[in-house]
Design a protein around this ligand. Structure first.
Ligand code: GLU
Length: 492
């Protein structure tokens, strides 16, 4: 049995960013790789910023990506996440321990006073840090502050000399100077809530987390956390700080660069398999050549040794390309399942789908599969298969349907279709070939106006497939509709 235990510990204060999803994925892969345990812990002690909606967004995103967790309070027959807001007694208990052992103290400085001193430190070019003035308050002094109505925070009494070493599995050994880089930070706020740096240690210790894998924006918090582990007599977990994700301009990835939240990618129709594959490559790689990894393969190959120290660059084109790769590999039935919500939302399909309708939809997907980069594209690419008042692309009408003989060509095709036994290539092509001589044109000159007439666009699957799928009745009605449209233009 493996003893690996990791966690994903998001704060529910907004969308789940790709960086957060990547952190969750690396933890999950590491747990699965080592047959360990993956824990989900919602860090919701910041009551002002945490919302239930944001928690739901995180849960939905993890479900979409297929990142399941292995323990937690049972909720609705399954494991719910741990919520820090439901563990407040524990944090209080351990804060009391630190107070009793002399490693924490009450601080009565007000935010205004702290701010003033901070300004002063900035002015003097000093390090910004708490000056420790409440460290040695007498009982009388404390009482006097209380009488003034001040409510204390609790500060950790950090080490006053030496260095704290973070032995990081990605970064190597990182040294922090205790005097200038770790001050007496707050562990409990005056509202009775623990701070992140304290609650995270109590939880990681009690949950017996063996490896803390998180973004390297947290590296500077780590010496503080290590000092708390040591002060409480807890063993310190191993740390792995994974690199930041940048936009194409090499600045930190943000909304400015386009879609960055997992929900947006889901809404745009990225497949979970493509998303997971792409996220896995943000800061990790197996070798220089392989980019496509199935999930079982990722589980088999993932290791922290191959996580890079260098920032990763988020490349939306590569993700889009990868999504296309996965779409093309998807069995039609599965593609149908992922396309269905988009078609429903567009009003093309209703809740109830008859077997004939499903058959029709599957045939459309077979034609479109190779053209899709995003599942969401299925709506625009298939519109004319579902609606009869499809729009005509203006510039295409202008370019193709205003050519001489268009009227005659459409009438000719109308008659051919009307009398045809079937609308397949074998039946129609010979008749179309006859037309080429008759009109003195090439096959393309014949097919283009037909395509525009029955789809409104100049991009579609092969014309015979389109005609066959639409069926005689609709093809005839569409040619008539197009002829009427052209006539109306002439009159204008
Ligand atoms: N709640 C913290 C965050 O979302 C967790 C950091 C950690 O993994 O320790 O950034």
């Amino acid at each position: 049995m493996s003893s690996v235990r990791v966690r994903f510990a998001p704060s529910p204060t907004g969308d789940l960013h790709v960086g957060g999803a990547r952190t969750a994925l690396f933890n999950w892969l590491f747990a699965r790789r080592h047959s360990g345990v993956f824990v989900l812990r919602i860090e919701d002690t910041d009551a002002a910023r945490s919302t239930d909606a944001a928690t739901q967004v995180i849960l939905d995103a993890l479900e979409y990506l297929g990142l399941d967790w292995d323990e937690g309070p049972i909720k609705g027959g399954a494991y719910g996440p741990y919520y820090q807001s439901q563990r407040l007694d524990l944090y209080a208990e351990y804060a009391t321990k630190l107070m009793e052992s002399g490693r924490a103290y009450e601080c009565y400085c007000t935010p205004d006073e702290l701010d003033q001193r901070r300004q002063e430190q900035i002015k003097q070019g000093q390090n910004i840090r708490y000056d420790g003035r409440c460290k040695h308050l007498t009982e009388e002094e404390k009482r006097a502050f209380k009488d003034e109505g001040r409510v204390p925070v609790i500060r950790f009494k950090s080490l006053e000399a030496g260095e704290t070493y973070v032995e990081d599995l990605v970064r190597g050994t990182v040294k922090f100077d205790n005097i200038t880089q770790v001050d007496d930070f707050v562990i409990f706020k005056s509202d009775g809530m623990p701070t992140y740096n304290f609650a995270v240690v109590v939880d990681d210790a009690l949950m017996k987390i063996t490896h803390v894998i998180r973004g390297d924006d947290h590296l500077s918090n780590t010496p503080k956390q290590i000092q708390i582990y040591e002060a409480l007599g807890f063993p310190t977990p191993k740390f792995a700080h994974i690199p930041m994700i940048l936009g194409p301009d090499k600045s930190l990835l943000s909304k400015r660069h386009g879609a960055t939240s997992v929900t947006q990618f889901y809404d745009e129709g990225y497949l979970a398999s493509a998303m997971v594959n792409y996220l896995s490559l943000l800061g990790w790689g197996y070798d220089d050549s392989q980019t496509i990894f199935s999930i079982p393969e990722l589980i088999e190959k993932f290791s922290l040794e191959r996580v890079s120290k260098n920032p990763a660059v988020f490349d939306i084109q590569k993700l889009e390309w990868m999504n296309g790769v996965y779409i093309r590999e998807l069995p039609l039935e599965e593609l149908f399942e992922v396309a269905l919500p988009f078609w429903r939302k567009a009003g093309f399909l209703s809740e109830e789908i008859s077997p004939e309708m499903k058959e029709y939809a599957l045939r459309i997907l077979r034609e479109l599969q190779s053209r899709l980069k995003l599942v969401a594209d299925v709506v625009d690419l298939s519109r004319y298969f579902f609606v009869d008042d499809y729009p005509y692309l203006e510039e295409i009408v202008e370019k193709i349907l205003t050519k001489p003989q268009t009227e005659e060509i459409l009438t000719y095709v109308y008659d051919v279709v009307k009398d045809a036994q079937a609308l397949d290539e074998a039946t129609l092509k010979p008749q179309f070939q006859v037309a080429l001589e008759k009109f003195g044109i090439k096959m393309g000159d014949l097919i283009q106006p037909i395509r525009v007439a029955v789809t409104g666009t100049n991009v579609s699957p092969g014309i015979y497939d389109v005609l066959e799928l639409l069926g005689k009745e609709r093809v005839l009605a569409r040619i008539e509709r197009t002829q009427a449209m052209l006539k109306e233009r002439e009159l204008m």
